[in-house]
Design a protein around this ligand. Sequence first.
Ligand SMILES: Cc1ncc(COP(=O)(O)OP(=O)(O)O)c(N)n1
Ligand SMILES: Cc1ncsc1CCOP(=O)(O)O
Ligand SMILES: [Mg+2]
Length: 546
Amino acid sequence: MAYAQPQVLSGFYSTSFNKVNSRINQSKQIQVCMETQRGRRSMMSNHSTIKVPHVLTVAGSDSGAGAGIQADLKACAARGVFCSTVITAVTAQNTVGVQGVDIVSDDFVAKQLKSVLSDMQVDVVKTGMLPSSGVVKILHQCLREFPVQALVVDPVMVSTSGDVLAGPSILTGFREELLPMADIVTPNLKEASALLGGLKVETVSDMHSAAKLLHDMGPRNVLVKGGDLPDSLDAVDIFFDGEDFYELRSSRLKTRNTHGTGCTLASCIAAELAKGSSMLEAVKAAKCFIETALDYSKDIVIGNGPQGPFDHLLRLKRNIHNSWKQDRFNPNDLLLYAVTDSRMNRKWGRSISDAVKAAIEGGATIVQLREKDIETWDFLEAAKSCLQICRYHGVPLLINDRIDIALACDADGVHLGQSDMPSRVARTILGPEKIIGVSCKTPEQAQQAWIDGADYIGCGGIYPTNTKENNRTVGLDGLKAVCLASNLPVVAIGGIGISNASPVMAIDAPNLKGVAVVSALFDRECVLTETRKLHSVLVEATTKTK
Ligand SMILES: Cc1ncc(COP(=O)(O)OP(=O)(O)O)c(N)n1
Ligand SMILES: Cc1ncsc1CCOP(=O)(O)O
Ligand SMILES: [Mg+2]
C-alpha cells in the first residue's frame, strides 16, 4: 500500500499546539483556562482553587517498580502531573522476569474506577495491563459514564522479559471496545501484530501499514513503537494521525535498563495531554523524556537480571556520586577555589575540562565554571564533562551566573554577583540542596546574603586584577569587614596568587575559609604545578593560623 511521504522527526521539535479533541469528552464540564504567574496553563474552578492536571492509570502493579503502575506514577510525577491508580493485577516481578500474577477481580477493578472517576476530575485515562476482557468491558462502561478528555491505550500483552500479561481473549475487547474510543494506541511490534491478527510487522514499511490498519479500528492516533526492530541503528517509531505519518527517530542507547519504557512513554503522553499539549507534541515530549531518562540511567545497576529499571526522576546517581558529601556543603571546600576562564585556557591551548582536571589534581577543593564568552551549548557540554571529573574526585562544581546551565547539568550550585539573579530567587529555583555563593563587597551585602539563603560569600577584589574589568578593590580591610558582618563562610578573590595568599589567610577572621583564583592557575603554562604550589601555601597558612 502506498502512503503519504512520512515526515521525519528526531530529537525535540516545537510544533504548534492543536487542541486535543476527544470523542469521549462531550459531556465534560467547561472550565476556565487562565494564565498563572509563571505563564503555565492551569485550570481553575470558579472557587479559585487550582485544578491540577490529572492522569488516571489503569494497569498492573510491578513489584520491581520498573514498569506498570509504579512506572506510571513516577513518569507522571516527573512530568508534574497528578496520577491516580486503578490496579488490575499484582505481579511478582523483578529484573529477571515475572514470577507470578494475581489478577484483581472485575468487580474490584470496577469499584476502584468508580471511586476515582466519580470523585476526582481526571483529565486523561491511560491503560496498561488489562488482564481480562471483563476489565475492558468495565472500563468501556465507566468511561461512558464518566467521560474524560483523552484515552491513551498502551496495549500491554507481553512483558519485556517475554512473559504473557494478557491472553488472546483480550484482543476482541481491544478491537471492539477500547480502540474505537482511544485517542492514541501505542503498540510495540508484537502488540501491533497481535492486534492485527498476526500480521507480520517487522520493518519500517510494515509499521506504516500496521499504523494505517490500526487507525482503521478507530483510535484517532497510532504510535507503532519500533524499539524491537532488528538491525536498526536508530530507534524508529511511526506516528500516524489519520492523515500524516511521522517517523520519530532517536539514537539507540546501549543499556540494559529499559524495563518500563512502554508504560513510561504512554504515561508521559497522557501527562502531556493532561497539561494541554497536542497529540504530536505530547508524543515528542514523551520520547524526549524517555531518551533523557535512559541516557541518565544507562549505567545504574538495580537487580541481577537482564533488564533493569531506569531512573524516572534523574536523581539516583546523585546519591551514589555525592556520597562523599556528608553535608550538602562543607565550608572547608572553599580552601582552594579554582575559577575557570575560557579566554586564558584557549590562550594556553587547553580545553576547559583539561584545565579543571589539572586544577583538581593539583589540589583545588572546589571549582567554578566562569565562562563569559562561550555559547550556551558549549557551556553546557563543558559543564557536563567537568561535572563528571568533579564528581569522580568528590569536588563540588559551581556555575558562574547561569542558573539554567547549573540546572541543566545538575551542577552542585551557582555563584552569583550583586547584579545577577538575586540569591533568594535563585534559592526558590534551585531548591534547598544546591550551593549558592554571592559576591559581597560591603558588610550590608554580607548581611543580606545570609538573609537571602546564600551558603557562602565571595569577597573581592582583594588586590587589583586584570581578570575582571572595572572591579573595585576592597583590600584586606574590606575583606575583614565583610567577614565580621556575617557568619557565612567567606572566600577571598581578586589578584590573589602564590606570592600574596598568606597575608590574606592571616587576617583574623575564623569564617575566612580560603581563596578563589583565576589567573594564578589558568593564565599559566602548567595548571597542575601552579595549583600544587598554591595548595601548599594555603595548607601552611591555615596551619599557622590554627
Ligand atoms: C568565588 C567568587 N567570588 C566572586 C565572584 C565574582 O562574581 P560576580 O560579582 O558575579 O562577577 P563575575 O564573576 O560574574 O564577573 C566569583 N565569580 N566567584
Ligand atoms: C571574578 C572576580 N571577582 C572579583 S575579582 C575577580 C577576578 C579574579 O581573577 P584573578 O584571580 O585572576 O584576579
Ligand atoms: Mg556574576
